[in-house]
Design a protein around this ligand. Structure first.
Ligand SMILES: C[S@@+](CC[C@H](N)C(=O)[O-])C[C@H]1O[C@@H](n2cnc3c(N)ncnc32)[C@H](O)[C@@H]1O
Length: 275
């Protein structure tokens, strides 16, 4: 199993979203292709609104909530170490490493994306607790290749935002097994945070919704609809099968309501797992 580098452009898109959503430090990760794709997304939401399912009409606002939800869980736990897999061009690592001098923040991604990120970081003064490295979450030697590893007295937060639903079922299991093994090296109250886009929410009876998923599938070179868990129960069972002992769902309803968004239309659920 090997990581799919064609997922890269989706990170350019979300980098632009974090910029549009005014996330701290997001201005450093501007990318021309990302800007173009994001503007096209804005136009689709604006002009095709009436024929789109609710989550696509407000797609960018749901993305902002997703990013904030991960940050709220980080703020609530303040771990000693964060390992963010598939960090893309997210500004979060830089922001939190600057904010929390005592937390080591390691961002990981495939080599093409790490190279793109390094370019954008080279003119910045990076805090000593910020680290960026190449990885492939599917690799058998994922842990051995990490430049930093947690110790049993350190609390760890592992994050995968916007990754898991680009992986097929066997790849998800492999990735989670790697994460479980990593978390077992850290303090017992360490956590893993991810979001899941269940098929029942993403593929409603709307031709526009199906077209959107087809477009993403073409971009990443594989059928994304076949990667999706049917519902959250199925995803939860798969997480337990991979070795997570606890699986809970942090509250998304309040932030969605506060933002004036319909919680029932939200296309993803958030999972927080322990080992
Ligand atoms: C949608 S982007 C998400 C980026 C970032 N987390 C965000 O929310 O802006 C998906 C990221 O997954 C990365 N990726 C895909 N397959 C991977 C793998 N096997 N191992 C590590 N990263 C991977 C891609 O390179 C890309 O940066």
């Amino acid at each position: 199993m090997q990581g799919n580098t064609r997922v890269g452009p989706t990170a350019l898109y979300t980098a632009q979203a974090w910029r549009a959503g005014s996330f701290e430090n997001a201005e450093h990760f501007d990318h021309r292709l990302g800007r173009l794709m994001y503007t096209a997304g804005d136009m689709v939401q604006k002009y095709l609104g009436p024929v789109l399912p609710t989550y696509m009409k407000d797609f960018h606002r749901y993305l902002f909530i997703r990013h904030r939800a991960f940050e709220e869980r980080l703020d609530a736990t303040v771990p000693d170490m964060v390992i963010e897999v598939a960090a893309g061009l997210s500004p979060r690592g830089l922001t939190y490493a600057r904010r929390w001098a005592r937390t080591r923040y390691l961002e990981l991604d495939l080599p093409n994306m790490v190279a793109a990120k390094r370019k954008r970081l080279q003119s910045l003064r990076l805090p000593p607790n910020y680290h960026l490295a190449e990885t492939d979450i599917l690799a058998r030697d994922f842990i051995e290749r990490l430049p930093l590893k947690p110790t049993p007295d350190q609390t760890l937060m592992v994050i995968t935002e916007g990754l898991m639903d680009y992986l097929n079922m066997a790849e998800k299991q492999r990735a989670w097994e790697n994460i479980v093994a990593l978390m077992k090296m850290a303090a017992p109250d360490s956590r893993y945070l991810m979001e899941c886009w269940p098929r029942q929410r993403v593929l409603p009876a709307s031709p526009a919704g199906r077209l959107g998923v087809k477009g993403v599938s073409m971009l990443v070179g594989r059928r994304v609809d076949e990667n999706l868990h049917e519902n959250r129960k199925e995803a939860e069972a798969a997480l337990r099968q991979a070795g997570f002992a606890t699986v809970s769902r942090p509250d998304l309803v309040s932030p969605l309501r506060d933002a004036g968004l319909d919680p029932h239309a939200c296309p993803f659920v958030l999972f927080e797992c322990g080992v």
